[in-house]
Design a protein around this ligand. Structure first.
Ligand code: SAM
Length: 298
């Protein structure tokens, strides 16, 4: 790392008080309703930040030149690591109390950290990051799935170049599940239709303050560039019907979509098949057929 301005930036961040002191000094106690479980261990936040790097990035400054959107910076542990890794960070935080805790970091970051106070569920991402961005976050567990689903079903090509997110391990399992697995369902199909997803590593409850009840995992999504023509809204309807009654045969669970028999026959899927045994590609074919039928009727 030979960039003197990055070295100076790191020195300013390293001179900030430890996160525990920041929490105590600002009275920033964790709120369960906001899914607040903070990571105070720099080794771990550095590892998560480095996992968001683009292929071929400089290992010493893995996010150099990248814009990174972070959801829920809280007191700023991961945010510090992202800025230290060279990123320009746009951080969206719902809890106003974080502004006070983050103020010294905003100043130390010298223009490399923009804090937006607001609900991530209501953000217009392309307006927030018009040139695109990588996503990196320790997601609030109560809104992790709707946020991820929103990113996967948004306009394509995606505004995000990759998404590296900490989620509950059970959610990570549902994201990366293969066809036939117990965890295979709506989230795995939506993910597989639009992205490559990998579960990178697990994180124990002891790594958080306060510790959650369950283990977490860091998952990385890389968007599939050619997935723009997947009718994702229809796909969501099809998988909702199919997995809403996952023990039933598709000829029965897909009745709400119209003539399920013909639909399945045209897609080359046995009518007595169950949802968990249908591949992502076959679900996409079904969605295309349902959409084509709807277009014909118009
Ligand atoms: N990034 C910090 C860390 O790793 O220590 C905090 C992570 S904590 C699991 C989740 C953060 O998301 C909290 O700071 C919480 O206030 C924030 N949050 C919760 N719901 C949110 C929402 N809808 N929009 C934006 N931020 C939210």
């Amino acid at each position: 790392m030979s960039d003197p301005s990055l070295a100076a930036l790191r020195a300013r961040i390293d001179a900030l008080p430890p996160l525990r002191e920041v929490l105590a000094a600002t009275g920033f106690t964790a709120k369960k309703s906001l899914g607040q479980h903070f990571i105070l261990d720099r080794n771990l936040t550095d590892k998560i930040a480095a996992s968001a790097r683009a292929p071929g990035a400089d290992p010493d400054a893995p996010l150099s030149g990248q814009t990174v959107v972070e959801i829920g910076p809280g007191p700023g542990g991961l945010t510090r690591s992202l800025v230290r890794a060279g990123a320009s960070v746009i951080a969206v935080e719902k809890d106003r109390r974080a502004a006070e805790a983050l103020a010294p970091l905003v100043e130390a970051a010298g223009g490399k950290l923009t804090l937006v106070i607001g609900d991530a569920l209501g953000v217009d991402w392309t307006a927030l990051a018009p040139q695109g961005a990588a996503i990196c976050a320790n997601l609030p567990y109560n809104v992790a799935t709707p946020l991820i689903a929103g990113w996967l079903t948004g306009p394509w090509p995606a505004w995000w170049s990759s998404a590296t997110v900490m989620v509950q391990r059970e959610v990570a399992d549902r994201i990366v599940a293969d066809t036939g697995a117990d965890a295979y369902g709506r989230l795995a199909v939506l993910t597989g239709a639009r992205a490559f997803a990998t579960s990178l590593f697990d994180v124990s409850p002891a790594s958080f303050v306060p510790p959650p009840k369950v283990w977490s995992s860091v998952v990385r999504f890389d968007p599939k560039p050619d997935a723009g023509d997947v009718p994702v809204k229809v796909l969501e309807k099809v998988t909702a019907a199919a997995f809403g009654q996952r023990r039933k045969m598709l000829r029965s669970s897909l009745k709400s979509l119209g003539d399920a028999h013909t639909l399945l026959e045209t897609a080359g899927i046995p009518a007595n098949e169950r949802a968990e045994r249908v591949s992502v590609a076959d679900f996409v074919s079904l969605a295309r057929l349902v959409q084509a039928r709807a277009t014909e009727r118009c």
